[in-house]
Design a protein around this ligand. Structure first.
Ligand SMILES: N[C@@H](CCC(=O)N[C@@H](CS)C(=O)NCC(=O)O)C(=O)O
Length: 211
C-alpha cells in the first residue's frame, strides 16, 4: 500500500511524514501551497473541505487532522511501537498530549500566524498576536513542567508524541515574537534526542545539517 500525503514543508504534515518514515511505508507527497492568498486545489478540497494539510489518503479513504492521522498510522502499524496499545495505561497520556498539541498549542500558533481568523478589525491583529505569544509561553511551560526529568514525553518510552513535540518546537520563531525553545530546558532535552533520528534527519535536512 502506498500512502499519499497532502504536504507542505513547515506544516503539521511534516510530522506525519516523519511517522511514515518511522513505520517504513511507501508514500507519495502531494505538494500543497497553503499560503493564505492561494486558492485550494479541488483535489485537496475533495478530501478536506477546510483546505488544510495534512490529509492522509490510503486505499480505503482519506482523513485529516494531524492528531487523528498520527494515531491512525501508529495503530495500523503497531510493530513499530510508536503508540501505547489501547489497553496500555500509558494510552491515556498519549492521547492527552496529542489532543493538547493539536488543539491548544496549534491554536496558539495560529493566533500569531493568522490573526485575521481571530479578529475582524485589522487594528486588533497585533493584540491577537501578542495574546497568542502569551498563550504559547504558558502552554510550553505546562509541557516543560510535565516532562520534568523524564526521558520522553511518556516517561521511559519514545513515542509519536515526541515526534509531534519536535515538530511543534520547530515552529517557534523569534520573528513572530514567540518564546525561545531555550526557555524550555526539558522540552529541549527531548527534542535534541528526536532530531538525531534518521527519520527526522531525512524530513528536516536543514535543521539537522546545523547539528
Ligand atoms: N487542526 C488541524 C490544523 C491543520 C492546519 O492548520 N494546517 C495548516 C498547516 S500546519 C494549514 O494547512 N494552513 C493553511 C491555512 O490555514 O489556510 C490539524 O491538526 O491537522
Amino acid at each position: 500500500m502506498t500512502y499519499q500525503l497532502f504536504y507542505a514543508d513547515r506544516s503539521a504534515a511534516q510530522g506525519v511524514r516523519v511517522i511514515l518514515e518511522e513505520i517504513d511505508q511507501d508514500y507519495r507527497l502531494i505538494e500543497t501551497d497553503i499560503k493564505s492568498d492561494r486558492e485550494r486545489s479541488p483535489e485537496l478540497l475533495a478530501v478536506n473541505p477546510n483546505g488544510l494539510v495534512p490529509v492522509l489518503v490510503f486505499e480505503e479513504g482519506a482523513i485529516y487532522e494531524c492528531g487523528a492521522i498520527v494515531t491512525f498510522l501508529c495503530d495500523r502499524h503497531p510493530e513499530y511501537q510508536l503508540a501505547p496499545a489501547v489497553s496500555d495505561p500509558q494510552r491515556g497520556l498519549f492521547l492527552q498530549w496529542l489532543f493538547f498539541f493539536s488543539s491548544a498549542l496549534q491554536n496558539a500558533f495560529s493566533m500569531t500566524y493568522r490573526p485575521n481568523r481571530f479578529a475582524t478589525l485589522e487594528s486588533a491583529y497585533p493584540s491577537v498576536q501578542q495574546q497568542g505569544c502569551k498563550r504559547l509561553l504558558a502552554l510550553w511551560q505546562v509541557v516543560d513542567h510535565a516532562i520534568a526529568d523524564s526521558l520522553w514525553m511518556l516517561g521511559e518510552s519514545f513515542s509519536a508524541v515526541d515526534i509531534y513535540l519536535f515538530m511543534l518546537s520547530t515552529w517557534l520563531s523569534d520573528d513572530c515574537g514567540h518564546p525561545a525553545l531555550a526557555e524550555f530546558a526539558n522540552v529541549m532535552r527531548v527534542t535534541d534526542k528526536v532530531v538525531k533520528r534518521p527519520s527526522v534527519r531525512k524530513v528536516y535536512p536543514s535543521l539537522c545539517g546545523a547539528n
